[in-house]
Design a protein around this ligand. Sequence first.
Ligand code: KG4
Ligand code: ZN
Length: 390
Amino acid sequence: MKILAIETSCDETGVAIVDAANDGSHIEVLSNELSSQVDMHREYGGVYPSLAKREHAKNLVPLFLGALKEADLLTRVREPEIPKERIGAIKEVLEREPELFVQLTILLAQTKRPDIDRIAVTVGPGLAPALWVGVNFARALSIAWDIPVVPVNHLEGHVVSALYNYQGKRLRSVETTFPVVSLLVSGGHTELVLSKELGEYSLLGHTRDDAAGEAFDKTARLLGLSYPGGPEVSKLAQDAREEQLEQPFSLPRPMQHSDDYDFSFSGLKTAVLRLTQELKKLDDVQKKQIAREIEDAIVDVLIKKTEAALSEHGAKTLVVSGGVSANKELRRQFTELAHKHSVNVHFPEVSLATDNALMIALVGALKSEDDISKEVSSIGANANLSLHGT
Ligand code: KG4
Ligand code: ZN
């Protein structure tokens, strides 16, 4: 079964095509295209929804074309194959993305229907204007070529991406023993989730304010580092460890000892703000020391809450995923934690920890016929979609 996947929830435009075994256990990656807007958002210090939307609309057709070529699914035609009334319906769907409509109609006029069995598209959570571009693009392709659409939860993509082993372009699902406790740490989310079976999720706790990735991004900015802050803070923290710098600073570990699975990271940002104001001008050594303390504070809290969840629910497997799971120190400490509790631990491939369309294709492969939307017009973006109940 060939699956086309589309991801536009935040600041990465992703298009992937995979060939999946019917039960999703084996996947061959035919193409996995990504266009990052990070450089543009870096100038503004964060992601702006209307800019993100515009960039997605500009990038989708070129990425899709690249993905079709790479997957060897592109066949040119001399005469357009799509009936006129379908073009009318597509125009309606892409009413708010006129530039995308023009690019797509040119592509449709020159291209034979590719051999694709379903389209998996991220419908949430994320930035509403950004999500809608991807959703409308999926709907337009579905109308053009009669391909069914499977709506995918972005967070499920992050979780599922950790449950495969990668050998080049071939992926194989890992044997997962339940219950599974998943820690999802990204720029928009920090959640602890319990799964008793595949595809079933219940929320144990989440952040009450900033997400872990957001804490990295905001504190990095206070240190004068660029967006996204996670990798930058992590680099300096690594230097501090290697150079064995002493640690004169101490930052709070918010809610570390609260008797629940919730998180709060906004206090950490305030503490770093105060510290940087007190110190006025930071030298390179101080930056490294503070970066290390930021990383330690965030990882300490994540470890403490996850450890409690593993024990309380008798977990057999731990999954740590989302953009922040690219962090090396975090991986080291969670691997140790899993060892201590004799549970299996899975992280996504580092290159797939941050947003991409391949993880959306993986969820698309696991969904059954029942999950396919009967009516393409009923598919919509949901910025606040939760994992619970997916
Ligand atoms: O999952 P993701 O790509 O996007 C969302 O769905 O939010 O996560 C992006 C977040 C950013 O906040 C970024 O700073 C963080 O992941 N991140 C990291 C690292 N790499 C990315 N945080 C800590 N250490 C890293 N190495
Ligand atoms: Zn994400």
